[in-house]
Design a protein around this ligand. Structure first.
Ligand SMILES: Nc1ncnc2c1ncn2[C@@H]1O[C@H](COP(=O)(O)OP(=O)(O)OP(=O)(O)O)[C@@H](O)[C@H]1O
Length: 205
């Protein structure tokens, strides 16, 4: 993971004909982290989705070195399957072995729930399952959208430990959060500073 890198240069995002943000720059090397903050609807999730390659780039560039995993509000797990098998679907796609999946379940204290169908999990347990998917993926770059939402204090501490471990081995983390979170010394991006002025917005129509 030591070659991981993420570079955003002059990044802008257009959604529904509206320029959400522009001019976002960020350079992260192995072990680096960033925290996106700002009010609801300002574009934090949109920026993470651009980094994951799921939303088009309106202007600027994203240069990624390494694989990417995104945890957002979408559960993306088969509700009818036991947790272990539902996560196994992603583990096969990510080409990671059973041991990696078991380590991720353990990291988020989900091992006792491995045989419980996803639909029976609580909100916080589902959130932990989404995070376990990212941990198991072995991806270099973790994109975490409000990762602490719905987690109790013990689970936030587990997530903090998983993030610290990931950074220690040269991973990269970009998180969007309203809460000061897990990351000890992130690059902070205040999204409000990147809201275009109305004249610029009008020129996008
Ligand atoms: N599919 C879409 N088409 C058009 N506009 C969208 C779409 N999805 C989201 N938006 C708009 O894009 C803006 C940014 O949304 P985004 O989810 O990125 O914000 P956010 O900063 O993550 O907000 P929150 O803190 O509430 O999670 C919002 O105004 C939202 O309504």
């Amino acid at each position: 993971m030591s070659g991981a890198a993420l570079r955003l240069s002059g990044l802008a995002c257009l959604r529904g004909g509206r320029l959400l943000f522009a001019g976002v720059d960020l350079v992260l090397a192995a072990g680096g982290s960033a925290l996106l903050h700002g009010p609801n609807g300002i574009g934090k999730s949109s920026l993470l989705r651009q980094c994951a390659g799921l939303l088009p780039i309106y202007a600027g560039t994203i240069d990624r070195q390494g694989s990417v995993a995104l945890a957002d509000e979408r559960l993306a797990l088969d509700m009818e399957l036991p947790l272990h098998r539902a996560l196994g679907f992603w583990a096969r796609l990510d080409r990671v072995d059973e041991a990696a999946l078991d380590r991720a379940l353990h990291a988020m204290a989900l091992a006792p729930l491995r045989d419980v169908p996803v639909r029976m999990l609580s909100t916080g347990q589902r959130k932990r399952a989404m995070l376990a998917r990212v941990i198991a993926s072995g991806a270099d770059i973790w994109l975490l959208d409000e990762p602490a939402n719905g987690l109790d204090d013990a689970s936030v501490a587990l997530l903090g430990a998983a993030v610290a471990d990931h950074l220690a081995v040269g991973g990269i983390v970009v998180a969007a959060s309203h809460q000061p979170l897990l990351l000890t010394d992130p690059v902070r991006i205040a999204m409000a500073a990147h809201v275009p002025d109305p004249a610029q917005e009008a020129s996008c129509d």
